[in-house]
Design a protein around this ligand. Structure first.
Ligand SMILES: [Zn+2]
Ligand SMILES: [Zn+2]
Length: 261
């Protein structure tokens, strides 16, 4: 591994479904030889939206304080940054905008986790895929990704081809390529998310062909493990860098919402 690897997608127990303290994530990053990390826990959303899977608005200050503390404790050893994984869900944009204004974030990921009321990446609701036409599903999903890219609220799109998580692959691909055109045009990056290698699909997000298509459009990648436990920090980053470099892509990080690298 090179000496400039950053893990820019990591969670904390405040989201309710991650384990380990922020300090343990940072320690794991040091042990893995990373240069830096950016915490991007699931941000607060309006009370009606996906509440069990994220910090509440009242916990936001604590999140910021915890990350700032780790930042101070690891100064000189690890570059620790403060970010968020935001959700894009139509109707919640103004709420998200308010949270993004409340603090000086380094990096904000925009992720689509819902098609209507269906949390399509939740293993509990995987049966719903059988009731859907996959081409239609991916068309609807990528239309939301395009809307997310157009909000100008986010720096990167999270786990681009997420609906493949349980193995339901996109056999068409047109909607994905169109979304990449919009992402390129809007100047966003892609979260290169190695969690897919830990899921049934056994493939990172984005897939190799989409990595190639993104690189061809000049879209850079931000490495992220999507760690929900300290031992997932930096997961398979050597493989990630290889997949990106094999297609002529490049990696970047964000500091104060500005792209570097
Ligand atoms: Zn999560
Ligand atoms: Zn996510």
């Amino acid at each position: 591994m090179t000496s400039t690897l950053f893990d820019s997608h990591m969670h904390t127990p405040l989201c309710g479904h991650a384990t380990g303290t922020p300090r343990e994530y940072a320690k794991a990053a040091v042990d893995a030889g990373l240069t830096g990390v950016c915490f991007t826990d699931h941000m607060p959303m309006p009370a009606w939206y996906d509440a069990p899977w994220r910090m509440r608005l009242g916990q936001l200050e604590r999140y910021v304080e915890e990350v700032r503390q780790v930042q101070a404790d690891f100064a000189g050893e690890l570059d620790v940054r403060l970010g968020l994984e935001a959700d894009f869900h139509p109707g919640t944009e103004r709420f998200v905008e308010g949270v993004l204004r409340a603090h000086d974030w380094d990096y904000v990921i925009g992720s689509v986790h819902y098609l209507g009321a269906w949390g399509f990446d939740n293993p509990e609701f995987v049966a719903e895929y059988e009731a859907r036409d996959l081409t239609q599903l991916y068309g609807d999903y990528y239309a939301l990704v395009e809307d997310a890219a157009r909000t100008e609220l986010f720096d990167a799109i999270g786990h681009l081809d997420l609906p493949k998580k349980f193995g339901h692959l996109d056999t068409d691909g047109h909607a994905a390529l169109h979304a990449l055109d919009v992402i390129a045009e809007r100047g966003l990056s892609l979260d290169f998310n190695t969690a897919g290698w830990r899921k049934p699909v056994a493939e990172a997000y984005p897939a190799p062909d989409l990595t190639r298509a993104a690189a061809a459009r000049g879209i850079p990648f931000v490495l992220g493990s999507d760690a929900h436990r300290p031992d997932e920090v930096g997961h398979r980053f050597a493989d990630a860098v290889k997949q990106i470099h094999d297609v002529g892509g490049r990696t970047v990080t964000y500091l104060a919402r500005v792209r570097h690298g």
